[in-house]
Design a protein around this ligand. Structure first.
Ligand code: NAP
Length: 248
């Protein structure tokens, strides 16, 4: 029995933490990121993990298509297949009357949800032999509760929740699909949020307060909980899920 995990967005933050832990598990890991990591190569080599790093810009259609075609051969033959879509962008952070940068809006949708839908299709379609297929889409509380300044981010993450529900209806017992909110984590994304103007993001002080009062979770411990959740028997029993509701 071999488990293949395909993970997006591994250069930093939560994705880097999950990639490091998966690279130390001695199974099979495929990363989809804009840049490969020598540190991951070293961890994988030390633990006998088979590692393939596909370089892909998830906002770029030809690049995503190429990565998807490379995935097909890599998935073949694995009985346990996991796809974790972690890559995400929080920008543009802006009041809705100023959301005039069409490229930025498109990039956010492409990275956060369009590529997730497309890659999930390839994972499902390329693994008919697999007996256990699980998809975890890293969503956000922002998809469940609106925040001023976050219209695009909220829309992409809400889309992720609804997509997960519809895709689960399609798949029935053939796959388990979960849209998982990870909580608020101390990553570069939070730095981006704190660097925004209050005009664009009226709740800016709340985010500064999370950092100052040490309320941001450690990426490594959230990564550990997410990787435990995806392997649990209960995974999939709640399609729209939140890791904070799982026991540590
Ligand atoms: N941090 C939080 O508090 C929080 C809260 C709720 C949900 N989340 C969600 O958790 C996930 C991880 O967040 P994070 O905080 O770790 O974010 P982060 O620190 O900003 O890291 C985002 C990751 O996504 C990758 N990415 C962005 N655009 C990409 C593109 N065009 N092509 C390929 N990769 C791309 C980045 O790679 P590059 O280095 O190439 O840009 C990076 O590896 C996201 O989906 C986020 O929405 C985070």
């Amino acid at each position: 029995m071999t488990t293949l995990t395909i993970l997006t967005g591994t250069t930093r933050g939560l994705g880097a933490a999950m990639a490091e832990q998966l690279a130390a598990q001695g199974e099979h890991l495929v990363t989809l990121s804009r840049k490969s990591s020598q540190a991951l190569v070293d961890i994988a080599a030390a633990h006998g993990t088979s590692l393939t790093q596909l370089e892909v810009d998830l906002s770029d259609t030809p690049s995503v298509k190429h990565a998807a075609s490379q995935l097909i051969a890599l998935i073949n033959g694995h009985s346990h297949v996991r796809f974790i879509h972690n890559a995400g962008v929080v920008k543009p952070i802006s009041q809705s009357q100023h959301l005039t940068d069409l490229d930025a809006i498109n990039d956010a949708f492409h990275v956060n949800i369009t590529s997730a839908i497309f890659l999930t299709a390839h994972v499902l379609n390329s693994s008919p032999q697999a007996t256990d297929r699980r998809v975890m889409l890293i969503s956000s509380g922002a998809g469940r509760n609106a925040s001023s300044g976050w219209a695009v981010y909220c829309a992409t993450k809400a889309a992720m929740d609804r997509y997960a529900e519809a895709a689960q209806l399609d798949q029935g017992p053939r796959a388990r699909i979960v849209s998982m909110a990870p909580g608020i984590i101390d990553t570069p994304m939070q730095e981006t949020i704190r660097a925004t103007s209050k005009d664009a993001l009226p709740s800016l002080e709340r985010f500064i307060g999370f950092k100052e009062s040490n309320q941001l979770a450690d990426p490594a411990s959230v990564a550990q909980r997410l990787l435990k959740a995806i392997e649990s028997d209960a995974f999939g029993s709640k399609i729209i899920d939140d890791i904070r509701q799982h026991h540590a």
